[in-house]
Design a protein around this ligand. Structure first.
Ligand code: ATP
Length: 435
């Protein structure tokens, strides 16, 4: 593993400078470990979510999507075991009272170097709030720490409205909240983040091991699809004592982040734990009736889960490139074109030639109807290329004097820096065919 702490600094700085990710509440001195996505970051993040939705929901006939509330009936968290078990071991440095997650402690206090800690006590990670104006125990509610429970409590609704047959999955993309003891590493671990999750329901007598394996393959294929080199991803089998309370088997897909190998995604076999508990606590049947035999069963669940923010971070880390070009250093993001915030940028060769600007503007206006397109008329062409390279724009289009006569433009490729002439009327197709 190649630890490159400076890469992290470069990415955080690029993210801020170019509008991918800003420190949260910055004008008030920030709020520790909170981040806001800027104009380019929201495009990258949305492209990841849309690609995921298309791949795992729309293009499969064994999957449906939902979008459920962030605050659910608190009984959900009692039944799911989160109230009792969703905790991390917390220790306090005896010298400076800084608090840490015991399982992530390097041995010495990261704040003062102290080596003595209080015994670990379990700290529940759920964010508490109150529903309505009275702040009393009866009104306590929690922000969801995972999207998964939305799928379980709606299992019957989905079944009744879609008539899906096993095996099938319910997918959701949405925010989750965890009062992490030690957030950090930029958007890697925050207290508010987004997940893309699937609860894949299978018959109890189905071969869960091979379903698990199918999902492991799917997750790896997704990682490749978002341009991450699989050589940087490692599967870690999680031993029983470290698994979540509901899981009979868990694999973490770990990525070589610049700060070390850490969980990118997870895959768990949740058995029938959640559906069974919700049946017990709600008194409602969440059974599935086999349409052929009439037999009633409680399905088991394979759960692949993806962090959206960790996806963004891994895509940025894996695509960051520096290349020596003569005396200068070219920085570019080699992101798959389909994820790039801008698909193209349009430049008039000279900004003081109205006829060049007018033609470039027409091209820019046309392309924008189909693709996120940038406009730049500042400085020289070389500088404009480099500015687009740094944000991963795959194609730069320059309108020059030949364009006026011949109706074509120069298209320059981000990765190879090769240029070719393309007819203006074919630009739409040219770009569309490459993203
Ligand atoms: P970790 O061990 O890093 O705390 P976890 O095993 O608790 O993570 P899961 O419960 O499996 O995480 O959550 C599913 C996915 O949600 C993770 O694989 C990760 O991508 C994302 N995720 C979890 N916690 C956070 C967080 N605090 N900030 C950002 N993303 C997170």
């Amino acid at each position: 593993m190649n630890l490159d702490v400076s890469l992290m600094d470069k990415i955080v700085s690029l993210a801020k400078r170019r509008g991918f990710v800003f420190p949260g509440s910055e004008i008030y001195g920030g709020l520790a470990n909170s981040w806001d996505y800027g104009p380019l970051g929201v495009e990258l993040k949305n492209n990841i979510k849309q690609l995921w939705w298309k791949r795992f929901v729309r293009s499969r006939d064994d999957m449906v999507g939902i979008d459920t509330a962030l605050i659910m009936n608190p009984k959900v968290w009692e039944s799911s075991g989160h109230l009792k078990n969703f905790s991390d071991p917390l220790v306090e440095c005896k010298k400076c009272h800084a608090r840490f997650r015991a399982d992530q402690l390097g041995g010495a206090c990261a704040t003062c170097g102290g080596k003595e800690f209080t015994p670990a006590k379990q700290f529940n990670l759920m964010f508490k709030t109150f529903i309505g104006p009275a702040e009393e125990q009866a009104n306590v509610a929690y922000f969801r720490p995972e999207t998964a429970q939305g799928m379980f409590v709606n299992f019957k609704n989905v079944l009744n409205t879609t008539r899906r047959r096993l095996p099938f999955g319910i997918a959701q993309i949405g925010k989750a909240f965890r009062n992490e003891i030690t957030p950090g590493n930029f958007i890697f671990r925050t207290r508010e983040f987004e997940q893309m999750e699937i609860e894949y329901f299978i018959a109890p007598d189905d071969d869960w091991q091979s379903r698990f394996e199918e999902w492991r393959v799917e997750m790896r294929a997704w990682i490749e699809d978002i341009g991450i080199d699989l050589a940087h991803v490692h599967d870690a089998e999680i031993p029983e004592e470290e698994r979540a309370h509901y899981s009979k088997r868990t694999i973490d897909l770990e990525y070589d982040f610049p700060f070390g190998k850490s969980e990118l995604y997870g895959l768990a076999y949740r058995t029938d734990f959640d559906l069974k508990n919700h049946q017990k606590f709600s008194g409602q049947s969440l059974e599935y009736t086999d349409p052929d035999t009439g037999e009633k069963i409680t399905p088991h669940v394979i759960e692949p889960t993806w962090g959206v923010d960790r996806s963004v971070l891994a895509v940025l880390c894996d695509s960051y490139r520096e290349a020596e070009e003569g005396k200068e250093k070219r920085v570019y993001l080699k992101i798959p074109a389909k994820l790039a915030p801008y698909k193209a940028a349009v430049f008039p060769l000279l900004k003081n030639k109205p006829e060049l600007v007018a033609l470039a503007r027409t091209i820019y206006d046309d392309l924008r109807k189909d693709f996120m397109t940038a406009w730049d008329d500042r400085g020289n062409i070389g500088k404009r290329y480099w500015a687009q390279d740094e944000i991963g724009t795959p194609f730069c289009i320059t309108v020059d004097f030949d364009s006026l006569e011949k109706g074509d433009v120069t298209v320059r490729d981000r990765d190879t820096m090769k240029q070719e002439r393309v007819a203006i009327k074919e630009l739409q197709e040219y770009i569309g065919g490459r993203i």
